[in-house]
Every structure is written in C-alpha cells, then in structure tokens.
Design a protein around this ligand. Structure first.
Ligand code: DC
Length: 235
C-alpha cells in the first residue's frame, strides 16, 4: 500500500542521536512508498569537506564560506540516495570517527544551517512525498509538514543500541560508557545552539522508543501517516 502519485506528503521525524531515526525513517518511507531524506548526512558531508580541506571546524568564517561555496545534493538514482559534495560521492566518509567528532560543531554554524535548510526545502519541492529526519525538520525546515514526529529514547538505551550496532558490525572492545558520554555531550550541544536547536515541535507526536522495538515504532508512525492522509492511499 503506497501513497497515491500526486499527493504531497511530508513526514518529519526529529530527535536526538541514536534514537533510531534513520532506520525508522527509511522503513516508514518504504512502507508509504515515498522518498527518504537523511539530513544528518548533509551535515556530515559538510563536516567531511571541512576536514578534508584542512579547515579547523572551530574557524566559523572559513567553515561558513566553504559551505556557501559548495554544491551539496543526493543522487536519487541509488537506494539509499548517495550524498555528493561538488559532484564527488562522499557517502563512504560520513560515519568516519573524525566526521562524527566534528559534525556537531559544524552543525552549530549558522551559515552552514542556512545553506542546508535552503537545500532541504529545495529537495522538498523536488520530492514532495518525503519522510525526512533530523533535528529541525518539523520545527524549522518543513513547518507545514503533513505529520510530525519526535522520536526519543533514554540516553542509556540509545548508547546500548549504538554499542550493539558496532558489535554487530564486528567491532570488539566497544566502550558503552564512552558512547553514553558522547551521546549526552552531543545532545547538549545540539539542543543548546541558537539556530535550529534539537527540540520537539509543539504540533509533533512524541514517541519514546525506550521500551519499544523499532518494528513497533515503524508500525505506529506508518499507521498515523496513513490515517492522516486517509483516502489518498492506494490499497
Ligand atoms: O543524525 P546524525 O547523527 O547523522 O546527525 C549528525 C549531526 O548533524 C548531529 O550533530 C546533529 C546534526 N544535525 C542537525 O543539526 N540538524 C539536522 N537536521 C540533522 C543533523
């Protein structure tokens, strides 16, 4: 059952690091038969470009200038869409430790945010049936979204999930305490910045997934989205 061809549908999913947003958003988009936008990947793409250009992430002028001069977008012909910065596929860099360590600082740069908010709204115009996830999708980028969610989980649960993912990927000696510390630090930085802080929009449904499986979260969101758009769904 997918959303019928010409009906605009923007579903926003915001929330802190490690709440399962990417997995959930991708699966909800699949269930609804619409596109999926990972906005964290865009901030990570800018952070990778900053590092690879030898720029100090604390140098806000240089970071802002780099972001304003770059062309950032996705190749929508691949599944999932791959991120390109100035025509170069940078998807392989996005999860690297140096990028993860610097991305929150880069995401706090107002010029970077202005560039990416504009790019995301443009993507929303080109792909008007979209599940988009990030920190400011319902509060800033798509204020008039069809349906908004805020996906949360306790820091301990998020740290455990991240540790499990790393172990499943074959990493040994995973330090869960350290992961927890980093998550708390990143949440703090993401929610206290002045521009586009991590927050639950007033008109969003807050879902705490601490005691839910990701399957249950996907089912709940898909059900809500279908109910919201009612008749505009193909059986
Ligand atoms: O979701 P993620 O871990 O890939 O996000 C990477 C960073 O980008 C994280 O520090 C939060 C930030 N971010 C943001 O500020 N706004 C968004 N819309 C998406 C991500």
């Amino acid at each position: 059952m997918s959303v019928s061809g010409d009906m605009p549908l923007i579903v926003t999913i915001d929330g802190p690091a490690g709440a399962g947003k990417s997995t959930v958003a991708r699966r909800v988009a699949g269930a609804l038969g619409v596109d999926f936008l990972d906005t964290g990947a865009m901030y990570r793409g800018v952070a990778a470009a900053v590092i690879d250009a030898g720029i100090d992430a604390e140098d806000s002028d240089a970071v802002g200038a780099l972001a304003e001069g770059m062309h950032i977008g996705f190749n929508w012909g691949t599944d999932p869409p791959r991120l390109k910065v100035d025509g170069v596929d940078v998807s392989h860099r996005l999860r690297d430790a140096d990028v993860t360590a610097n991305v929150s600082l880069v995401a706090g740069n107002s010029r970077v945010r202005r560039v990416l908010v504009k790019a995301q709204r443009w993507i929303g115009k080109e792909h008007p049936r979209l599940v988009t996830e990030g920190r400011d999708q319902g509060s800033v980028v798509f204020e008039n979204a069809t349906i908004k969610f805020y996906l949360d989980a306790s820091p301990e649960v998020r740290a455990r999930r991240r540790a499990d993912q790393l172990r499943a990927a074959g990493r040994t000696n995973v330090d869960e305490e350290k992961i927890l510390h980093r998550i708390v630090h990143r949440d703090e930085r993401d929610s206290t910045r002045t521009d586009g802080p991590l927050m639950c929009p007033e008109d969003a449904e807050r879902i705490d997934s601490s005691d839910m499986s990701l399957d249950e979260v996907v089912e709940l969101m898909t059900k809500r989205a279908r109910a919201e758009i009612g008749v505009g769904v193909d059986e």
